[in-house]
Ligand binder design. Sequence first.
Ligand code: SIN
Length: 548
Amino acid sequence: MSASSGIPARLAAPEPTWTASADVVVLGSGAAGLSAALAARPVRDVLIITKDTLASGSTAWAQGGLAAVLDPGDSIENHVQDTLDAGAGLCDESAVRTLVTEAPVAIRYLMRLGASFDPGSDGSVALTREGGHSHNRIVHAGGDQSGAEVQRTLDESVQFARVRTVEHAFALDLVTGTDANGNRAVAGVTVAMLDENGGVESVGTVHARAVVIATGGYGQVYASTSNPPAVTGDGIALAIRAGLPVADLEFVQFHPTVLWRGPDATGQQALISEAVRGEGAFLVDAAGKRVMRGVHPQEDLAPRDVVAAAISRRMAEAPAGVDDHVYLDARGIDRFAERFPTITASCRDAGIDPQRELIPVAPAAHYVCGGIRADLDGVTSLQGLYVVGEAACTGVHGANRLASNSLTEGVVAGTRVGRSLAWVLPPETVRRDTSDRDGDSGLLDSYHRGALRAAMSRYVGVLRTPEGMKQAQSILDTLAANVSPRVVATRKAFEATNMLTVASAVVAAAQARTESRGCHRRVDHPEQEESWLRHLEVTLRNGHMETA
Ligand code: SIN
């Protein structure tokens, strides 16, 4: 490809030398992907493809838990309303209603599969609270190891159900074709088998009637994130290259409180769950003043976007000279170590005793509210392509996801997609589309990842300015000019190229939305605008992102 043609239309890789097939291929192995695989499995031949090991995604790191109405004093209507309020006008109410109604069923389903959730004093499932929730409705496990319990349960269940899984296999690009009626449809996916160093051993084509993207978000596009290293936006980038529109990407949710470990700490940071504030902790600045006083009626339990923005503003004021973190005061929580064992271990590792000392915290990239356009059954605009979990934009999160709705969504939507594929598979393709190989292919050397992440954190973080976003755009354009088919195909280069692809889409969307709403906060447009009560789609055309 020429030096300035931009984002590649395909990942450069060796030609395929083998083929495999399945009815349904699931890309990714977190809560959403494994739930989809399990639900389709009784009827279909399902193949799970994951670039690392089954448990390497975000699910296993989730601390807070799963939101569901289980308390008789709570109601579906309350949970719906809290989700809509957090979503700042951009939720799809019917998708929210479906999610919330099916959430208690999902909890019972996980328990039937063997999940062990923490019991309350009366023996029923304990419920806690997080930001934006009007009632206690967060189910948790192992104190703050809720995601790990969900991942363990689903890992064991797919193994028990003998679902075929291939680890260390990187999904490169979709293979498309035409069905008997002339509709463009998915015919499979090209896959690179990786060696233990992330080198490519071989490339093959997996033929399937249905491909389910369940690859999660793209927290690693930022210098500081709660997400593990594997979360590089692979499925979203793959869909962008296949020409699908992605929506709401500007709504990157920053978790208000990851453990601050100094100005040079980059990569995955230890999460300090919102459940800590749910149990009574509160934020203070370096001068000891409460951060959330007078900002929102729910104070420290305001929705996450409000808390992250308030912390960022307070850091910019630099009280007592501290401009890069604030503090969480959790000293009033009884038996902290018992309730939050993972957080206690992270704090101790940093030399902090949370029972006696303030915990230094700062916001970090945490969750992507947008993604590939789909409904809660995973159906996208491309026949045979489905998407579930964080990679999907189903309308349940709007402009800001309500805490602990994500694991719940993964299980609910994953199960719905798998079940519908068990009933009916999309039509077979009768003709392979060869134009899918026409586009320029290339890769970005992984060396550039540091510059990309630094640009995104510095210029496209919690508070955004037009000058900053323009600067980010210019850095990404420079990186895109370095994309070349001559870069050696490795996992890191595939990831770097995918990160460039999604980062470019985020910046395009963030520049276009001239208002502040949910997780998207612009210093030059601090208010919500009625005219922006709509979704923004980004599509890749000729190497560049177009917004509509
Ligand atoms: C947390 O425990 O604070 C994170 C939960 C979530 O992201 O939903």
